[in-house]
Design a protein around this ligand. Structure first.
Ligand code: NAP
Length: 331
């Protein structure tokens, strides 16, 4: 079935400038870490991507190791891109990354120039793309000189294989150093991708300030703590949930759903109801409320979750009383 995108798609989405760059990103972006691999039905992936694009989501986030098996999310994305989105390439911001274990031997992991350049070449092939819009170093490498990793990012941009570069999972101090090196090389760091949610607030302790001062955007991942910050686990563990699927590769497991977490989720759920939102919407709104956040990077297992989550943008203002209540619950 041929695809005609919704002509109204740009009307309801908010687009935010990414740091002090020229690029704007949708306030909600979609990640393809899980639910887009060869173990997942391709038609479901396709339906999710269509719903997202129809809703004004222009940014799709990938990495070399996404999907099961690793690399299959990029392959599936490439297949769907060819079928549905090819005429719209210039309306899309597609990102990929390298930094985690991808292939055996010393050149398929961490942060050497050898790994980053080869990995991006492989990603481009899998997706059938000439370039990605954003290429990230996925995690800091304690052994490779930062200078080498950053000059690999600079090289990739100069080769025309990526338009912009970013870093992910870098702590405040190492992010500052990376940003400085990139600036010196003449390829500014566009964006940082850290983990951030009501349950994991480490970026409030310095990273957000660094990014703000340096004019670098911020796109938090796992804003729903992989599904915990929704109504999904209130009454047990549904069979089709991420926790029940034992996906490995960093995916949430059942033992992370502790009694103390459930108690907090129940209280947060009540507050969300008072605000007229689903818990997922309130948890995303809580991230998006900070103007230093460029976009919130969601994951979904079905199209309806895109439609539900995106409605966080209808109300992301919080009274001081609500913020205090949230802080008390999270203590
Ligand atoms: N840079 C990094 O190191 C890194 C690491 C992790 C992720 N990421 C990026 O961040 C993206 C998002 O991460 P994530 O998938 O962990 O994000 P998340 O938004 O915290 O969790 C997504 C999961 O929450 C559930 N969910 C989503 N919307 C819902 C709704 N409206 N109602 C009920 N449940 C809902 C679904 O769980 P079910 O599957 O159980 O339905 C979904 O799979 C990834 O795809 C990837 O692009 C980056």
């Amino acid at each position: 079935m041929s695809y005609t995108p919704n002509t109204e798609r740009y009307k309801s989405m908010e687009y935010r400038r990414c740091g002090r760059s020229g690029l704007k990103l949708p306030a909600v972006s979609l990640g393809l870490w899980h639910n887009f691999g060869h173990i997942d039905p391709l038609e479901k992936c396709r339906a999710i991507l269509r719903t997202a694009f129809d809703s004004g989501i222009t940014h799709f986030d990938l990495a070399n190791n996404y999907g099961q098996p690793s690399g299959s999310a990029e392959e599936n994305f490439g297949t769907i891109l060819k079928k549905d989105f090819k005429p719209y390439r210039d309306e899309l911001i597609i990102s990929s990354k390298a930094g985690y274990t991808m292939w055996p031997g010393p050149y398929g992991d961490w942060g050497s120039k050898k790994y980053l350049v080869s990995s991006l070449d492989q990603s481009l092939k899998r997706m059938g793309l000439e370039y990605v819009d954003i290429f990230y170093h996925h995690r800091p490498d304690p052994e490779t000189p930062l200078e080498e990793t950053m000059s690999a990012l600079d090289l990739i941009v100069r080769q025309g294989k990526a338009l912009y570069v970013g870093i992910s999972n870098y702590r405040a101090e190492e992010a500052k150093k990376a940003i400085e090196i990139l600036k010196r090389l003449g390829t500014p760091c566009l964006i940082h991708q850290p983990k951030y949610s009501m349950f994991d607030r480490w970026i409030e302790g310095g990273l957000l300030d660094v990014l703000d001062a340096e004019g670098v955007g911020c796109i938090p991942f796992s804003p729903l703590a992989q599904g915990l910050l929704t109504n999904k686990y209130l009454n047990g563990i549904p069979e089709d949930s991420r926790a029940a699927r034992h996906l490995g590769n960093g995916a949430m497991e059942e033992d992370q759903i502790t009694e103390s977490k459930i108690k907090k989720i129940q209280q947060l759920n009540e507050l969300a109801k008072e605000r007229g939102q689903s818990l997922a919407q309130m948890a995303l709104a809580w991230v998006v409320k900070d103007p230093r956040i460029t976009s919130v990077l969601i994951g979904v297992s079905k199209p309806e979750q895109v439609t539900d989550s995106i409605r966080c943008l209808e109300n992301y203002s919080f009274s001081q009383e609500e913020l205090d209540k949230i802080n008390n619950i999270l203590k």
